[in-house]
Write a protein that binds this ligand. Structure first.
Ligand SMILES: [Zn+2]
Length: 262
C-alpha cells in the first residue's frame, strides 16, 4: 500500500514537470496522482506524521493572474517561428533536425540544462545546423519564476554553462519559462542576463499526446503571420509531433514562411 502510494506520487511529480502547455488543460491536472482508494484496505491505515514525510517547502511567490509584460509572443516578422522544447532528445531531436534541413528552414530549440549536459553532441548539432538556442531552465522547473531572484539566476547560469560546454560561444538568445508560468521577477533576471523572454502564440498541446491530425488542425487553425508555435521534441513520446511536423513544416513554409524569432 505505502510503496504503491509513494510510487504513484513519484509518477505524479515526474509528470508534473513535463510539458509546456499553458492555460486550459494543465499538465498538473492531467497528472493528478491516482486516488489511494483504488485499492481499499479493510483496516484503517495510520497516516504517518507529515513532519516526517514532507520536506520543508521553499517559499514561492504567487503566480501573477496574467502574463507579465515584456514577453515575446510574436516572431517579429511575417514568418512563423517554430520552437521545440524540452530537448535535446536522442530519439526525436535528430528527426526534427532532418525535417528542418530538408525544408531548408531554421527553428529555435528551448533546451533543458540536464538534457544538454547529457547529450552535448545534439546541442552542438543544433548550433552547427544554424538553429537558435533558448534556455529552458536546468530541470524544467515549472515553479522557477516563483523562486528568489538568486535561485532563478543560478538555474539559468547553470543551464547556459551546460549549453556552452556543448557548444562554446554559441549565442543563447532566449529564455522560456517551463509551462509558461512566468513572473515579472523572472523576466527581469532573464533580461539582466541578456536572455530575451520567449513565450508563444500557438500551443497545440502536443505534450498531451493528441494524434498528429489534431496537432496539425490546432496549429493550422491558430497560426497567422508572425505566430510563435510551441511544440516539443522531448519529454515523452513525441511520435505524433514528429508525424505532424512532416506536414506542418512544408505547409507553414509555403503559406507564411518560417523565420527565427527576433
Ligand atoms: Zn518545456
Amino acid at each position: 500500500m505505502r510503496p504503491r502510494a509513494l510510487s504513484a506520487l513519484a509518477l505524479g511529480l515526474v509528470l508534473l514537470v513535463t510539458g509546456c502547455g499553458e492555460a486550459g488543460k494543465s499538465p498538473e491536472k492531467a497528472a493528478a496522482p491516482p486516488s489511494a482508494s483504488a485499492s481499499p484496505s479493510p483496516t484503517p491505515v495510520t497516516k504517518p506524521s507529515p513532519t516526517h514525510t514532507t520536506p520543508a517547502k521553499p517559499k514561492l511567490r504567487p503566480l501573477p493572474k496574467k502574463l507579465p509584460a515584456g514577453l515575446h509572443r510574436a516572431s517579429g516578422s511575417n514568418g512563423v517561428a517554430l520552437t521545440f522544447d524540452d530537448g535535446p532528445d536522442p530519439r526525436y531531436t535528430p528527426q526534427i533536425l532532418a525535417q528542418l534541413r530538408a525544408a531548408r528552414v531554421k527553428a529555435t530549440f528551448c533546451v533543458v540544462g540536464k538534457q544538454a549536459r547529457r547529450y552535448p553532441e545534439l546541442v552542438a548539432r543544433i548550433v552547427r545546423e544554424g538553429h537558435q538556442l533558448c534556455n529552458h531552465s536546468w530541470h524544467h522547473d515549472v515553479n522557477l519564476g516563483r523562486r528568489s531572484a538568486a535561485e532563478i539566476r543560478s538555474d539559468l547560469e547553470r543551464t547556459n554553462e551546460a549549453i556552452h560546454a556543448a557548444a562554446p560561444k554559441a549565442p543563447i538568445t532566449w529564455f522560456r519559462q517551463p509551462g509558461g508560468r512566468w513572473t515579472a521577477e523572472e523576466v527581469t533576471v532573464a533580461k539582466q542576463m541578456g536572455l530575451r523572454p520567449l513565450h508563444w502564440s500557438v500551443d497545440p498541446q502536443d505534450w498531451d499526446h493528441p494524434p498528429a491530425k489534431t496537432i496539425i488542425k490546432r496549429v493550422k487553425g491558430a497560426t497567422r503571420h508572425g505566430s510563435v508555435v510551441l511544440m516539443h521534441d522531448a519529454g515523452g513520446d513525441r511520435a505524433q509531433t514528429m508525424a505532424a511536423c512532416r506536414h506542418l513544416i512544408p505547409d507553414l513554409k509555403r503559406r507564411f514562411g518560417i523565420a527565427l524569432p527576433r
